[in-house]
Design a protein around this ligand. Sequence first.
Ligand code: SF4
Length: 366
Amino acid sequence: MTPSVPATTSTPTSVRPLLDVRRIYLEPAAAALPRGQQVLQRWPEAELVEVASHWQIPELHGDQANVDRWVRIKTEALVLGVKKSLSARPNGRSADFIAPSTANGCAMACAYCYVPRRKGYSNPVTTFANIEQISGYLSRHIARQGPKPEPNQCDPEAWVYDIGENSDCSVDALVCDNVADLVALFRERPSAKASFATKYVNRDLLDWDPRGRTRIRFSLMPPAMAKLTDVRTSPVAERIAAIDDFVAAGYEVHVNFSPVIVTDGWLDQWSDLLSELHDGIGAAARRQLAAEVIFLTHNEQLHEVNLGWHPRAEEVLWRPDLQEPKRSQNGATNVRYRSGAKRRYVDELEGLIRRQLPSCRIRYAF
Ligand code: SF4
């Protein structure tokens, strides 16, 4: 019997605000920069703790057993650092390049999130204060590419840079102006486009005048599943309701159908979600809509940690009866849906999208 998702679920979601910063861990070099000063002035009452490196703060990142404190740490702690190595990594799937991060970590707590994989599992937001260096690097990288020679799945015309690989930019924008600065940078770059996925509706972004050079990808999944697994995020209905407003404000808005989690009745739930999306957006949004479809991958270490704080999510995420191991690039063992069955799941969901949202281009599905 496949576990199904109950219509109403209780999660460890807290009603606390996403950020209520009480303690800022800072590298002195970051605090000396104007962007560092902006962050410190935003929370003048916060206790300041000097650290040698944003990578090594054991009380934040090392104690995986202390899962009860996760949400509190995500709410109350912030790290201010300097991004040392700058590179734009070729990608070719969602974006042409992964831009150097202006932040990592997240105040939200999705049970399947891979973002904490390098620092450890509470992983609150780290903001990088050397935005001028990062912007300068990006500008030079964009200039070196010249015009895009031919269309690809990332974009027909522009070089696409993912600016949110290790964080959620809509939340980062609550901390400082790093994301606003990048949106302003891409506004003036006709050969390039910024892109980020988000599960948080931050309406401050509506005032940023992106002029079509920033793509926001609202991540969507059936609401009952999101309620179970997308801890601390904006409700799915709120994300859908924001799409028209972001299109009107000058963003290109796409959707990420991700992660797709297979349970009893999953296709029916996706069909309901697609109807809600179709009915919830206007003609302008529908014309420019495209989707990425990404099925769940999970990993044993995260599964073990999650059992300590959110075992109900693991009932749908950890499914040895449906999944098989897959060795990832960094040597960790992940699991994904078994390949033959997965091909069928992908085909079924793609068919549903084509029928229910015929104008929505599927940029890729895997
Ligand atoms: S919103 Fe994104 S980065 Fe934040 S916890 Fe969820 S999956 Fe991770």
